[in-house]
Design a protein around this ligand. Sequence first.
Ligand SMILES: C/C(=C\COP(=O)(O)OP(=O)(O)O)CCC[C@H](C)CCC[C@H](C)CCCC(C)C
Ligand SMILES: O=C(O)C1=CC(=O)c2ccccc2C1=O
Length: 302
Amino acid sequence: MTTKLIAYSNSQPKSKLWMAAIKPPMYSVAIIPIWVGTAVAVAQTKSLNAGVFSTFLTAAICIVAWSNISNDVFDSETGIDKNKAHSLVNLTGNKRLIFWIGNLFLTLGLLGILAIAWWQRDLTIIGIILACCAIGYAYQGPPFRLGYHGLGEILCFVAYGPLAVSAAYYSQTQSWSITNLAASIIVGIVTSLILFCSHFHQVKDDLAAGKRSPIVRLGTALSANLLPWICGSIYALTSLLAVLNIFPTWTLLSWLSLPFAIKLCRHVLQYHDQPEKVSNCKFIAVGLHFVCGLLLGLGFML
Ligand SMILES: C/C(=C\COP(=O)(O)OP(=O)(O)O)CCC[C@H](C)CCC[C@H](C)CCCC(C)C
Ligand SMILES: O=C(O)C1=CC(=O)c2ccccc2C1=O
């Protein structure tokens, strides 16, 4: 029995498998960059374009849905998901249908971004979001499949950090900001942390399919020992930026997410080599991402 099969086996109720395939909590990765970029913009301009914000949020959710749906399509071609009961392709047995549903979400997302560009008579955010989509495709799609070479975390950092947060800021202000760029680095790190954590329980399947994720390359023990440093960098960077007055003091509220970081590090350090026990660690990382990002954005608005 392989690692993914242990986490979600065919004997699980179908409804549970569908929820695991759709991964509702994961949509935090769409919400937080738009929230933080918009929060920095509102703090600086004292105004909010609610129409742009809600359209961007909906479009981001659609684009992340495309990224996840197409991931199951592309992974079905390499055999890496052959034991993954909660793959959309395995659940439906219809790869073509899933491929086109993914494309529908991408189209809807890009139409939302196009609407914002149209209202503003400015193509800049289309360029940025197309770059994000290109990165999303290069991560998983042929002939690139850069995630299989261990480059996923870097791509994830760039797309969900500087690109997405800058696009959100630009959509409100049609300008750029160093403070926002600094905030985007924190969002990028904490989003990549989710991807890093998602690979702990998949080492066996990843190795078999030739996917050299960072956890495969470094081993689970060393990777687990890196976690406190990655988490520590989030709080150290936020504190430094607040001390330097680049961030308002209220952004230190994001320290309230520390219990999630501690829980994540303890859990992974204890269970890094036990796939069935470590498999839920990516959802602890999602909790950390959501609370940290929410409070960081709030810190700019207060
Ligand atoms: C699909 C992603 C991870 C799944 O990885 P994996 O194959 O290991 O997982 P499974 O075990 O579930 O099969 C995330 C990929 C992230 C990618 C590097 C970058 C995506 C960019 C987005 C399209 C950017 C969206 C920006 C939005 C907020 C406007
Ligand atoms: O399915 C997953 O494991 C992930 C899906 C996803 O969209 C995402 C986005 C950003 C960082 C990590 C992840 C996942 O791990």
